[in-house]
Write a protein that binds this ligand. Structure first.
Ligand code: NAD
Length: 417
């Protein structure tokens, strides 16, 4: 990618862009551009053949002004200290923009989990939980799943923490299985907030989401749920893709049936009467809504010039390079930013934590109603900042809201020592 950036530098640029509209001393903004602390550690664990292996692991705690740190743990060979720091920052701003009482955190282990057996992954995860134990806790830092981790890893971390602390503390981690204290609605939450974000944006633009055509890049958890819920709102899903390519039917198709087909065959390609297209074709289709829901940097500056959608709703974290962001902003394409659009996941993680603290399990309809209240309220706040500060795009408006909330909390706490 021509303008692929170091994610931590991208984060810092985004803060600088928004800081121009915020009344805060430079020293206060500076502390919002770097994490408060980063744990960088070795994990030494036993392989199945009896040998010992050591891998690097990280946990960044970005900002604790509004509450405990919160963010996922990813297992991926590309994990670096800078990536974890950037992702922790995005979590801090994501929690602030939807006004849930957390600061940001993120953890990662630089491995390809497919190289290890389940038993090896359990030993490695428990080794990581042991290293994390002094700095996590229900009121300190609450990890969650991220790339290549899920309920299983969360259950192992919870069990290791509770065993070492000699307590029960389900709220030390979210994204757990329901029987281990997980929440209804968590699996669908990210796709649900993406669909709600699209609906709110269309209302604001004086358009009806029921008349929209939609293309979704990345048909995993976030993308397939967003497609199904947008279909429920009356929109036509005309194209979806996964890592092996995409499908397009201008008349629209049933996104749940396409998901079922992918579960059975491993890919969306070949579904129904839809034509097969490349991912690049999908990203430049003439649709009303484009939902990038795969990985970061999916759209670069060159591709952005050919994006034909009116609205881009970011389900993935960081799917636009900074160059693409600039081009789409100049072309007046509305980009609904990731820190808001995909915040449903962390919001329902917050509900999981609240339920764990209450020792009380909410119904799915209560979870979904509360989520809708949070997302619609957050959108109103972003639009208000967009109009009040006359900033160039919704992303900067979202950062203005988020940074403003963190700066206020910091100011109210006072500076000490
Ligand atoms: P997932 O693994 O379930 O799905 C990812 C999908 O993207 C898969 O279908 C994969 O085939 C596809 N993909 C990968 N590379 C692709 C490419 N080059 N072109 C097209 N498709 C490609 O992951 P997910 O949980 O749905 O997460 C997707 C994105 O959403 C990530 O950026 C993640 O950080 C973000 N996100 C997810 C959550 C959540 O709760 N799941 C929350 C916030 C943000």
């Amino acid at each position: 990618m021509a303008d692929r950036a170091n994610p931590f530098e991208s984060l810092q640029e985004q803060i600088d862009d928004a800081a121009a509209s915020i009344d805060a001393a430079p020293g206060v903004i500076e502390r919002l551009k770097n994490p408060e602390r980063v744990l960088e550690t070795n994990l030494t664990f036993e392989r199945d053949d009896g040998s010992l292996e050591t891998v690097r692991a990280y946990r960044a705690q970005f900002n604790g002004d509004r509450g405990p740190y919160k963010g996922g743990i990813r297992y991926h060979p590309g994990v670096t200290r800078d990536e974890v720091k950037a992702l922790a920052g995005w979590m801090a701003y994501k929690c602030a923009v939807v006004d849930i009482p957390y600061g940001g955190g993120k953890g990662g282990v630089a491995i390809d989990p497919s190289d290890y057996s389940d038993a090896e992954l359990e030993r490695l995860t428990r080794a990581f939980a042991t290293e994390l134990r002094p700095i996590i806790g229900e009121d300190r830092d609450i990890p969650a799943p991220d790339v290549n981790t899920g309920q299983r890893e969360m259950n192992w971390i919870k069990d290791t923490y509770e065993t070492l602390e000699n307590t029960t503390a389900p709220g030390v981690i979210t994204g757990k299985a329901i029987d281990s204290g997980g929440s209804e609605g968590r699996v669908e939450a990210t796709g649900r907030s993406v669909a709600l974000a699209a609906r709110e944006t269309f209302d604001w633009l004086g358009r009806d989401i029921a008349d929209a055509t939609v293309a979704v890049q990345g048909y995993g958890n976030a993308g397939s749920v967003a497609a199904a819920l947008l279909d429920d709102l009356g929109a036509d899903i005309v194209a979806v893709s996964d890592s092996s390519g995409g499908i397009h039917d201008p008349n629209g198709f049933d996104p749940r049936a396409a998901k079922q087909y992918k579960s059975e065959t491993g890919a969306v390609g070949g579904y129904g009467d839809a034509a097969e297209i490349t991912n690049e074709d999908l990203l430049t289709l003439d649709v009303d809504v484009l939902v990038p829901a795969a990985l970061e940097n999916a759209i670069d500056r060159d591709l952005a010039a050919d994006v034909a959608a009116d609205v881009v709703v970011e389900a993935a974290n960081g799917p636009l390079t900074p160059g693409a962001d600039e081009v789409l902003s100049e072309r007046d394409v509305y980009v609904v930013p990731d820190i808001f659009a995909n915040a449903g996941g962390v919001t329902v993680s917050y509900f999981e934590w609240v339920q764990n603290r209450q020792r009380f399990h909410w119904t799915e309809s209560r979870v979904n109603e509360e989520l809708e209240r949070v997302i619609t309220g957050a959108f109103d706040g972003i639009v208000d900042a967009y109009e009040t500060y006359d900033v160039p795009n919704l992303r900067i408006a979202a950062y203005v809201v988020a940074i403003g909330r963190i700066v206020d909390a910091y100011g109210q706490a006072g500076s000490w020592p």
